[in-house]
Design a protein around this ligand. Structure first.
Ligand SMILES: [Mn+2]
Length: 420
């Protein structure tokens, strides 16, 4: 199928549209050169666990050619990077990224050869019979000890892969009131995290994720940003909060959380995905593009206020009915779209409208940026970045990569269910 974006006329029209955009925003005092400079600098980490057949907890629809080994995953991420240019990093999940001999220096070397590096390393504390009552919060002392040993081993793996950050999601919790002492669990939580924190190198960062539900249903031990923030503050400078967009109760105002964490210097990063009902791990920007725009709007606002945000942007998605690589490419495109729009908010006129408490116009100014078609800007960006096609999805589809992978690889299931 040839989508409209594939036609030559469309490319020509897009060039003209870029010139019009440039004219319009120059008049407003917004420099598109600066906007493009910021967009070129953005780095999005690709999830190694999402390039293979990931699926849902109920099952996985298989794609021929989906990555099976860690080497396949590096190859897939390198292909995505070839199309996008802002994704030279692969985040790793240790459970699903094993090597035959347990050594990870070769992964680093292989990634480097492919123009990639390894980003955030995620320990696993939820797959195994021993985790019935949790990991570091478990009332069973030997489980807590073996989890701590796993943490220390994850630091070794991170070192070997050249990674500087650890992404920690704890699946710990209780399913019934009375099951365990919540106070004792809180103390065990801190003790376990401290072991991880103390094992890290001085230049490493701990990103602590939170989630209010699943796989336990009465309590989770890090249920919300407040608990993550509290633990990070107690741990020290190297610990920051990781926000997974799917890990909130309905109607939570995530952009406000982002604003508060940025203001406190404690926003470490994102696990981007989109949700409709729960932790759905869908393609970012497909269900609620306004939310991702408003999140970026707070990030840009913090930058404008002079805050050094230093955020690790990661995807944490699970692709079931869509092809994984296409789903990931589309997600990153949607990230860039939201970020570009948020950079186009006329903040000078917004400040003036706010000063007059002009509620309606203030909102219109924000929505003007959201409604702006930034496709010509992103096409121009990709041209300037030297990408071989201004449309990353078309670039990938026309490359023959998927067909080649389908011939060379055997389909395999790596994981059952997303939700981390
Ligand atoms: Mn996550």
């Amino acid at each position: 199928m040839e989508y409209l974006r594939g036609s030559k006329n469309y490319e020509e029209r897009r060039k003209k549209q870029y010139a019009i955009l440039e004219d319009y925003f120059t008049e407003k005092g917004i420099d598109l050169e600066e906007v493009k400079r910021i967009l070129k600098k953005q780095v999005v980490e690709l999830p190694s666990w999402a390039v293979g057949n990931s699926g849902t907890r109920y099952g996985t629809f298989m794609d021929k050619g989906a990555a099976v080994t860690i080497w396949d995953k590096v190859d897939d991420c390198a292909e995505i990077q070839r199309c996008l240019g802002v994704t030279p990093v692969m985040a790793s999940h240790v459970l699903w990224d094993k090597t035959d001999d347990g050594r990870f220096e070769p992964v680093r070397e292989y990634a480097e050869k492919k123009g990639m590096r390894i980003g955030t390393v995620h320990p696993n504390t939820f797959s195994g019979q021993e985790f019935r009552f949790g990991s570091i919060c478990s009332p069973v002392a030997p489980v807590r000890e073996s989890t701590k040993a796993h943490f220390v081993d994850c630091i070794r793996m991170a070192r070997e892969m050249g990674s500087k950050s650890i992404g920690m999601w704890l699946a710990d919790g209780t399913s019934y009131p009375g099951q365990d002492s919540l106070a004792e669990r809180k103390h065990r939580l801190f003790e376990g995290l401290k072991t991880l924190y103390d094992a890290m190198d001085p230049d490493m960062t701990l990103l602590l994720e939170y989630k209010p539900f699943e796989p336990f249903f009465y309590t989770t031990d890090v249920p919300d940003w407040g608990t993550s923030f509290m633990m990070c503050r107690k741990l020290g400078e190297k610990a920051k909060v990781l926000v997974d967009l799917g890990h909130h109760l309905p109607c939570t105002n995530i952009e406000q959380i982002i604003c508060s964490l940025l203001d406190e210097g404690k926003l470490g990063g994102f696990h981007f995905n989109n949700r409709r009902y729960a932790d759905d791990d869908l393609i970012l920007g497909t269900v609620n593009p306004l939310e991702i725009f408003l999140i970026f709007n707070e990030i840009v606002d913090a930058n404008v206020r002079g805050l050094d945000t230093g955020i690790t942007y990661m995807l944490d998605q699970s692709h079931n009915i869509e092809n994984s690589l296409e789903g990931i490419i589309y997600s990153v495109m949607n990230i860039q779209t939201a970020y570009a729009k948020s950079l186009l908010v006329d903040r000078k006129i917004l400040a003036a409208a706010r000063a007059e408490n002009d509620v309606v116009v203030s909102n219109m100014i924000i929505m003007d940026a959201f409604n702006c078609d930034v496709e010509p800007l992103l096409a121009q960006l990709r041209l300037e970045m030297g990408l071989s096609d201004t449309d990353p999805l078309r670039n990938h589809r026309q490359s023959g990569y998927a067909q080649k992978a389908a011939q060379e690889r055997k389909a395999g299931i790596l994981t059952l269910g997303g939700g981390a």
